[in-house]
Design a protein. Structure first.
Lengths: 811, 103
């Protein structure tokens, strides 16, 4: 017998909980939903664009009536629940419908506050909350001239803008002297008011409404100072009040909202509550992103995977008025213990204010140019130390040495502008998917459109599109879980592996309560790397948790054939090696022989079955695997250095070979490239490598964190050293620190930016004991790792099943 | 009509892995899950014909090595928002021997 879950309220937070629950425990409950409105669930935050005529109601439906049928969720649409009986565990609706529950979820949301001035109940006085209100406003735009919005907050301004789009004359009445004072400081509030006035909006600031006049229908407003205006419609947008009467009547503890704990349970543990109706740790919320975080935690607890806790949210806001870009988040006012950074250009209409405390960003207001909003918000939520980027912080992420994406402003892009170059996805495709399919997160956009799902370089742009389409209400997870199989972040998992001495993927899944049977490709590959990185003496490699390229020690090509790239130490080769490669190419009829960017020769189009034979031939000529297929040390690129070059200052080739001999066959979080240039002319392009050495007359410059791929990033200069022995030590220590600290699939460039250059400098340069510790750990791990995987498979009898078919059936 | 053929011993297929059966017309990928269930599907991803046998096997699913589509081993259908389907063959294990029905 399944338990019965009843939900009161068919809105976004509640339905998000149901959807999360169906994802993780689809068969656990019989689910019944009561909703006031006669519709399925729609995206309330997109009502403003509907009012402005930019979207239709159909565009913003999240769960249609059919969805409920398909998912076996019983929907009582248009039925208001009037009683909860906690003793008999039943709920009753207006029309007498009774449902039993084992667990109850109250998601009754909030209602707009109507100022109780005389005349507030006249015809033509409405709020802005649901589809009905939008219809009333749209009717008014056809039949009347003048509308007044009371309340110059986010919602009020969106309503005013919407009606103005339809040709109405709109006045906004505001009690305070700054518009949107919960989101804006005085300066940006003034700028906003100016832009809206230019668009034709009228304002009555510091005006207190005393009475709404009219005979039956509203005709005007009288203010406390005795002045008055004429109007045909009044929209009150002065705030919301949690809907908690039902909960109160049933004896649940309520204060400003229904009081819940960190697992979203009320004082009656059978009864949960999420959304705008709750009060959590003293706060109530009116934006969607925190509601979704609550939904996730609540669904987890209902599914009896009680590990998630809701610990409150930092929220951000963006005004959805076309043509006005405004963003605010966190504590943007500050106090005696905070610092401010301000940039203001009145002529261009730009304003940026950042509030800092203890080297962390805690608040931001942006006006005129909000493309950095997502980045600032991310910095705020991660609590990253910003000392290293302080001088560039105000200018934004695109000024952090990134010459790739980032300079563009998505809001200004046309719908056919290509965002994701890997998959050919345009801005319009993404916007349409977000609105039509009701997407809220980066993951959802990736799943539905593939945008940013390949190389990931357009992730920032996709996040900006999400933000500009949904306003403030898209989700940015606080600490990102490793994957959908767990709520733990990469850091938490790595720490558990170290502290709890977990040496296999299975142990990790068991110790950390993985949600899936045996993980997914993403966590399996990460965990396989993490356990071996932490316990290189004890952990066994799991080939089934490696991507095919690393399992077969060759790169799979689009037609299922493979490539073979032998190692050429420091980019040097010999006539014998070249002859062996030529022989192999002829013997196995390999058509394409290509020179790689890392100074190697690649053979393309090889059948998997013959790989071991080819490797055997190459081994016989003294060549080993080049690891061109792995998240591993790839190549050490060199120039000829002082051996031949008239400018060379050191023997860069010999040093490159030594470095490659030390580092080859080491597994990494991502691919890893080295280079050694013989002089500052830098022919080996060492300053776009993960670790680059530039020889100078006095010794060696060591550079880190460069990347020549997706996002070009020049290296940071780590330090100068005098001897080759020091180069080896710093290189080994840097690699080992990266291996033990970075997330799986994080290259050194983003890693350096995430953890900060100074942390790496502290560890590898300033602290000799730490450097020596990491260097020794690297050498120790390399003793086990440095075995040629090709030889093991060509003659050593390792994994023969990988390369042969199990049966050839003559049918 | 059924046309059962013997593939090989269960032990010859790695857990969370696959082996390939070649026929005259196409290849069949035979999978063994973490719980020792076996499944057989045509070795072609409905997206761009990637070899599913080379993918990572998790639960009763495989993720294609070319573009990360995830295919149900039970139904042969692409999961999530992706749409497409590859042929499924009935597979079973008896006395340690894996057999599949070529139909």
């Amino acid at each position: 017998m399944k338990e019965k879950l009843v939900m009161i309220g068919n809105g976004m937070a509640g339905m998000r909980t149901i959807e999360e629950l169906l994802k993780i425990a689809p068969d656990m409950y019989d689910i019944t939903v009561f909703g006031d409105e006669p519709y399925g669930n729609y995206n309330r935050i997109l009502l403003s664009p509907v009012l402005a005529g930019e979207k239709t109601i159909d565009d913003i439906m999240l769960n249609t009536i059919e969805w409920y049928e398909e998912n076996n969720v019983k929907l009582h649409a248009g039925k208001r629940v009037t009683e909860i009986n906690r003793i008999s565990r039943t709920v009753t609706s207006e029309d007498g419908t009774v449902e039993d529950y084992d667990r109850l979820l109250i998601a009754t949301g909030s209602q707009p506050f109507i100022i109780p001035v005389p005349g507030h109940d006249k015809e033509g006085v409405i709020a802005f909350r649901d589809i009905k209100d939008v219809d009333t406003m749209l009717d008014a735009t056809r039949n009347y001239q003048h509308a007044t919005v009371i309340g110059g907050g986010l919602l009020g301004l969106e309503a005013a803008n919407g009606m103005m789009q339809h040709g109405m004359k709109v006045t906004v009445v505001h009690l305070g002297d700054t518009l949107m004072e919960r989101q804006m400081d005085t300066v940006s509030g003034k700028m906003l008011k100016n832009s809206l006035e230019e668009k034709g909006m009228d304002f009555r600031m510091e005006a207190q409404t005393a009475e709404i006049s009219g005979n039956g229908r509203v005709t005007g407003i009288k203010f406390a100072d005795g002045t008055s205006i004429d109007t045909d419609l009044v929209v009150m947008a002065v705030g919301i009040r949690p809907n908690m009467q039902l909960a109160q009547q049933s004896g649940l503890h309520c204060e400003r909202g229904i009081v819940v704990n960190d697992t979203m349970q009320t004082y009656d543990p059978r009864i949960y509550s999420v959304g705008e109706c709750v009060q959590h740790r003293g706060n109530t919320y009116g934006l969607v992103a925190p509601l979704f975080e609550m939904a996730k935690v609540c669904a987890n607890h209902l599914a009896q995977m009680g590990i998630g806790l809701y610990e409150g949210s930092v929220t951000s806001t963006k005004l959805k008025v076309t043509g006005i870009d405004l963003f605010s988040a966190g504590d943007f006012i500050g106090d005696n213990n905070t610092e401010e950074m301000v940039m203001q250009d009145a002529t261009s209409g730009l304003y940026k204010k950042l509030v800092l405390k203890n080297n962390q960003l805690i608040g931001a207001v942006l006006y005129g140019d909000t493309k950095e909003g997502a980045w600032y918000f991310q910095l705020m939520r991660s609590g990253q130390d910003i000392s290293d980027i302080r001088d560039k912080l105000l200018f934004g992420e695109s000024h952090l040495g990134d010459s790739g994406h980032g300079g563009d402003h998505v809001a200004a892009m046309s719908d056919d502008a290509e965002i994701c170059g890997c998959n050919g996805i345009c801005k319009g495709d993404i916007v349409q998917a977000i609105t039509k399919k009701g997407l809220f997160t980066l993951d959802e956009v990736r799943a539905h459109t593939k945008a940013s799902a390949s190389c990931g370089s357009c992730t920032g742009l996709v996040e900006q599109i999400l933000e500009s389409t949904l306003g403030s209400d898209y989700e940015t997870p606080e600490s990102k879980p490793m994957c959908k199989c767990t709520d733990h972040s990469h850091e938490q998992v790595r720490e558990a592996i170290r502290k709890q001495h977990l040496t296999s993927i299975k142990d990790v899944r068991r110790a950390l309560n993985w949600k899936t049977v045996d993980g997914c490709p993403s966590c399996r590959m990460s965990l396989n790397y993490y356990v071996q990185s932490a316990w290189h003496n004890e952990a066994q490699d799991d080939p089934q948790s490696r991507f095919i390229n690393e399992r077969a020690h060759a790169n799979i090509q689009k037609n299922g054939k493979y490539s073979v790239i032998p190692r050429m130490w420091g980019g040097m080769t010999t006539p014998d090696e070249l002859r062996a490669i030529a022989n192999v190419a002829e013997k196995y009829e390999i058509k394409d022989v290509h020179l790689t960017g890392g100074q190697r020769i690649g053979l393309y189009g090889v059948e998997k079955e013959v790989l071991p034979e080819i490797w055997k031939d190459l081994n016989a000529a003294g060549m080993v695997s080049g690891h061109a297929y792995g998240k591993a040390l790839r190549t050490v690129k060199t120039c000829v250095g002082k051996q031949w070059c008239r400018f060379g200052t050191q023997d860069s080739t010999a040093l490159g070979i030594k470095l490659e001999e030390m580092t080859w066959a080491s597994w990494m979080p991502h691919k890893f490239k080295l280079a050694v240039s013989g002089c500052p002319r830098n022919c080996a392009e060492a300053t776009i490598k993960d670790f680059g050495v530039v020889c100078v007359d006095s010794g060696y410059e060591l550079h880190i964190g460069g990347n020549g791929g997706i996002k070009v990033r020049a290296t940071d200069l780590l330090c100068n050293v005098a001897t080759e022995a020091e180069v080896m030590e710093y290189c080994g220590a840097f690699i080992q620190f990266y291996r033990e600290d970075a997330h799986y699939l994080e290259r050194t460039a983003p890693w350096v930016e995430r953890v900060g250059f100074s942390r790496i400098e502290e560890t590898v340069v300033k602290d000799e004991a730490k450097r020596k510790h990491y260097y020794e750990r690297f050498l120790e791990a390399q003793k086990i790792a440095q075995v040629d995987p090709w030889q093991e498979r060509a003659t050593g009898g390792v994994a023969p099943h990988e390369f042969a078919s199990i049966k050839i059936a003559n049918v | 009509m059924s046309n059962w053929i013997e593939v090989g011993q269960l032990e010859e297929i790695p857990q969370q892995g696959a082996r390939v059966v070649k026929t005259n017309d196409f290849n069949i990928a035979v999978f063994r899950t973490v719980n020792d269930e076996v499944f057989a599907v045509k070795d072609e991803c409905p997206h761009k014909q990637g070899q599913l046998s080379q993918g990572i096997v998790h639960d009763k699913k495989v993720t294609c090595p070319l573009h990360n589509w995830t295919i149900s081993l039970e139904s042969g259908e692409a999961l999530g928002p992706d749409e497409g389907c590859t042929n499924v063959f009935i597979a079973k294990v008896e006395g340690g021997m894996v057999t599949i029905d070529l139909g």
